[in-house]
Design a protein around this ligand. Structure first.
Ligand SMILES: [Zn+2]
Length: 410
């Protein structure tokens, strides 16, 4: 009860197990520069980052450092959240347990160096990690070994982060519901030190090389089976008892990815498709025709056919009393109240993807089966909607199909 009141004071909500979570998408990171995570060189030296990857002492915020396995970098938006959690925990320690406050965190930097726990959806193992900085992206960045240690499953790529003392003070098994799945997402086990022996072995396949040898490129010419090309990997180094250090072959200018994806910036499906195809057309490794065919046959043609079917098998709804009809009554009006009937699936929905798909077929000269499929769908749609001398495309393009005659169904 007392804990609940204190949480409310800090505007925090509680998870089913008694802890407070910050949920975020995650990504892997192996190297960073101090300036990328907003942490000072002095602070990083305190945290054990004394030398850069070339063995030079750390003096500038531009030097490249190898991320330590259990260190994480949080999105800046998490800072405000965890400052409130730290405030709550400190007040809890004082008022509830009669102890001294622990965090005394006033600004985001005060949280750096503290222990957090990270847990994946549907698992019950939390791994201890240390916060070393923030970025302006919306993702949690951590070492691949951490992600592998969480043994995330198909639901992956999402992390729940818990402030260390919050998990230790407030988690209780007795809160967990006693039903299947009730113990999921709860930190039943705490791992304090990552052991490569016990992490998901997917991570063993990460290459540790900093350049690919000539033999590698020669093997690609022969279409050699990948397992025959022996490169240094995490698994190999580990089994041979070597120190496992991940390197990289292509440096980046900044670890900060775009803050919002293009997919969210583009509005209509047609715009998204257009941008997607335009990018593919520029990439030499993409077989454009093959990729377009797949996209069309797996997504668009199925959607269009499905939507047309839904349109032709739809119910009709009385605009006055909301009565639903599987068939339009012969009178053409509601049998209960005489009100006007309307469609429940609109033409816009039915043909949404038809125009962009037809345009792609034309623009990229896709021939054969797919072209014919789309032509047939187009004809089907035209027959379904066309009854005047309006141009066919015009008819399909009309977005607001207010006056689709019920007669098309009679
Ligand atoms: Zn009615």
């Amino acid at each position: 009860m007392g804990k609940g009141i204190l949480r409310a004071k800090y505007g925090l909500s509680v998870f089913k197990d008694g802890t407070i979570r910050f949920d975020s998408t995650n990504t892997v990171l192996t190297h960073f520069k101090p300036k990328e995570i907003g942490t000072s060189v002095e602070k990083l030296k305190e945290l054990g980052y004394t030398h850069d990857i070339y063995g030079r002492p750390l003096t500038s915020d531009d030097q490249l450092l190898e991320l330590k396995v259990q260190d994480i970098i949080l999105p800046r938006e998490a800072a405000d959240h965890f400052l409130r959690v730290a405030g709550f925990v400190d007040e809890l320690l004082e008022r509830f347990y009669g102890l001294r406050p622990y965090y005394n965190a006033r600004k985001p930097e005060d949280l750096i160096g503290h222990v957090f726990f990270t847990i994946s959806p549907h698992t019950f193992v939390a791994n201890a990690v240390r916060l070393i900085g923030f970025t302006n992206t919306s993702v949690v960045m951590a070492h691949p070994f951490i992600h592998a240690a969480k043994r995330r499953n198909a639901d992956g790529d999402e992390d729940s982060i818990i402030l260390g003392l919050d998990a230790l003070l407030n988690f209780s098994r007795s809160y967990l519901p006693n039903k299947p799945g009730g113990r999921e997402d709860a930190p039943l086990l705490l791992v304090t030190q990552i052991d490569l022996e016990y992490v998901d072995d997917e991570t063993y396949n990460i290459e540790t090389v900093d350049r690919y040898p000539l033999e590698f490129f020669e093997a690609t010419w022969r279409f050699e089976d990948p397992s025959n090309v022996k490169l240094r990997t995490v698994g190999r180094d580990y089994r041979e008892g070597k120190e496992v250090r991940i390197s990289f072959t292509v440096p980046v200018i900044s670890i900060e990815a775009p803050r919002e994806s293009r997919y969210r910036k583009l509005n209509t499906m047609a715009e998204k498709l257009e941008a997607h195809v335009a990018l593919e057309a520029k990439i030499r490794a993409v077989d454009l025709e093959d990729s377009l065919s797949r996209a069309l046959s797996h997504h668009f043609i199925r959607d269009i056919a499905g939507n047309l079917r839904k349109f032709s098998q739809q119910q009709f709804r009385c605009m006055r009393c909301n009565a639903k009809y599987r068939r339009v009554p012969l009178s053409g009006r509601c049998e209960k109240c005489g009100g006007e009937l309307n469609l429940t699936v609109h033409r816009g929905t039915a043909v949404k993807y038809l125009i962009p798909t037809a345009e792609i077929i034309n623009k990229y000269g896709i021939k054969g089966y797919l072209e014919h499929r789309v032509m047939l769908l187009q004809e089907e749609a035209e027959q379904m909607f066309s009854k005047s001398n309006q141009s066919k495309l015009e008819l399909l393009e009309t977005e607001k199909p207010k006056k689709v005659g019920l007669s098309s169904f009679l």
